[in-house]
Ligand binder design. Structure first.
Ligand code: NOJ
Length: 471
């Protein structure tokens, strides 16, 4: 991989796009079980088939290449590689990702592989999932199997996708499996997830593989409603809550005293920490940080009342306004001047600039990738069969301009990925919330139709590359 070439690409995740849920020896994943159960009642659809990327990866990767993309971020399904979470490796799972990786390389696309993107093998979920320290060992063995199988060809690895948002949904909001609402349990799961990540980083470094390994964080710049002392405090609490526990841990190798004090003050049980973990965190700092940036967190001081998390998983049909009140920490503020999409996400492209410069301010010159950026919309083709997603183009274009501004000002950002390569299953939000550069016609054999944004992105990459080659 040419380290100086800026990477432009797009991203997916295994459960969201592969389908083939029980094929070629794949084990059950926690999401397979959840989606097949009565608990899946918000948008009761499954990832059983999705856009069938498992069988159509060649066509999808070819489209990326034809769209001038030079990198593809995808995830490996743990339950395809080690069906029961622990134990024997499934050769057919290895064969599948070998094909995906080799196809990328044939098209001059840099493969960027994520080891864990929300989809825990169900056998491990049944044994306590991420609340069980044993899952950390199981993950370390799985990561090792992947490095051994694919490490010769994959130059960019991600240990864990979004430890913060994932544990928020799974253990605080409770809308993702295992559907828990308990902050002590969330802290435990989050801690083990970060420990697992650190174990994988250390193992990768120990074997001196040629590539780089990082973690992907759902990063939010924090902004406050006012600029007084109380708001500044709320802003700092929100920074701890959303960002710092992850970024300090994977970039510095330890948790800040402020965070530990705050958790103890809130009666969070931290007895799961063990002597010896500190060394693992210390040895497990990343080569790069991946940032999934969609919007900011706009907050104000906590006003009183119980902790409450309000999600919007129904788009235009949602009954409550998305946001949260975290007792004694902060609560969501609303800026009526900023436009929102149907799921309540602010259309606020400057978030990219603010976050990139903030990371540099706090952590210095570390390599960064925008590993996801995008916007979910309701979409369908017009009479000519074209998807005119001007709103997406406007948003992405604003975000990319802000990213390039930060880059020009010296932030070490090395690549950018649109979420998502093609329309796919949006977890609990189902299929109606579309993010893709390519439209998927789910009702007609999963046909692929490049959207207007696909061509816009293709031309943008070409323009950027020509301009930079000329210099
Ligand atoms: C973050 C996650 O990584 C991805 O799985 C999800 O679908 C997108 N954001 C959009 O919400």
């Amino acid at each position: 991989m040419d380290k100086d070439r800026f990477l432009w690409g797009s991203a997916t995740a295994a459960y969201q796009c592969e389908g083939a849920w029980s094929e070629d020896g794949k084990g059950m994943g926690e999401w397979d079980t959840f989606c097949h159960s009565e608990k899946n009642n918000v948008n009761p659809v499954t990832g059983d088939v999705s856009c069938d990327h498992y069988h159509r990866y060649e066509e999808d990767i070819r489209m990326m290449a034809e769209g001038n993309q030079n990198t593809y971020r995808f995830s490996i399904a743990w339950s395809r590689i080690i069906p029961d979470g622990t134990g024997a490796v499934n050769q057919k799972g290895i064969d599948h990702y070998n094909k995906v990786i080799d196809t990328c390389l044939n098209y001059n696309i840099v493969p960027n592989a994520t080891l864990f993107h929300y989809d825990l093998p169900d056998a491990l979920a049944k044994k306590g999932g991420w609340e069980n320290r044993g899952t950390v060992d199981a993950y370390a063995a799985y990561a090792k199997a992947c490095f051994e199988a694919f490490g010769d060809r994959v130059p960019l690895w991600t240990t864990v996708n979004e430890p913060s948002y994932y544990t928020h949904c799974a253990y605080a909001a409770g809308n993702y499996p295992p559907n828990i609402q308990n902050f002590s349990r969330r802290s435990r799961a989050a801690y083990y997830l970060l420990l697992a990540s650190a174990r994988a980083v250390a193992a990768y470094h120990e074997k001196k593989y040629a590539g780089q390994i990082g973690l992907v964080h759902d990063a939010y710049p924090i902004e406050t409603e006012e600029n007084d002392e109380a708001n500044r405090k709320a802003g700092y609490n929100a920074e701890l809550f959303f960002n710092k526990w992850v970024t300090d841990c994977c970039l510095k190798g330890f948790f800040s005293d402020d965070l530990i004090e705050k958790l103890i003050e809130c009666d969070i049980d931290l007895s799961f920490r063990e002597k010896g973990d500190d060394l693992i965190f210390h040895k497990g700092t990343v080569d790069f940080l991946g940032l999934n940036i969609y919007d900011r967190q706009y907050v104000k001081p906590y006003q009183g009342g119980k902790t409450e998390i309000r999600m919007n998983n129904r788009g235009k049909d949602n009954k409550v306004r998305a946001g949260m009140r975290i007792r004694n920490w902060f609560e969501t503020a609303y800026d009526e001047n900023v436009q929102k999409n149907e799921w309540g996400m602010e259309i606020y492209p400057k978030c990219i600039y603010n976050e990139l410069t903030e990371i540099k301010r706090q952590y210095g010159d570390i390599p960064l990738y925008i590993t996801e950026n995008g916007v979910g919309l309701y979409e369908s083709p017009d009479r000519t069969g074209t998807v005119q997603d001007d709103a997406r183009i406007a948003y992405l274009s604003g975000c990319i301009d802000y990213m390039l501004k930060a880059k020009e000002e010296g932030v070490n950002v090395r690549g950018y990925y649109v979420w998502s390569s093609l329309d796919l299953y949006s977890w609990i939000n189902g299929y109606e919330k579309r993010y893709g550069l390519v439209y998927v016609d789910y009702d007609n054999g999963n046909g692929r139709v490049p959207k207007k944004s696909y061509y816009w992105y293709r031309d943008l990459i070409e323009k950027y590359s020509n301009h930079n080659e000329e210099e």
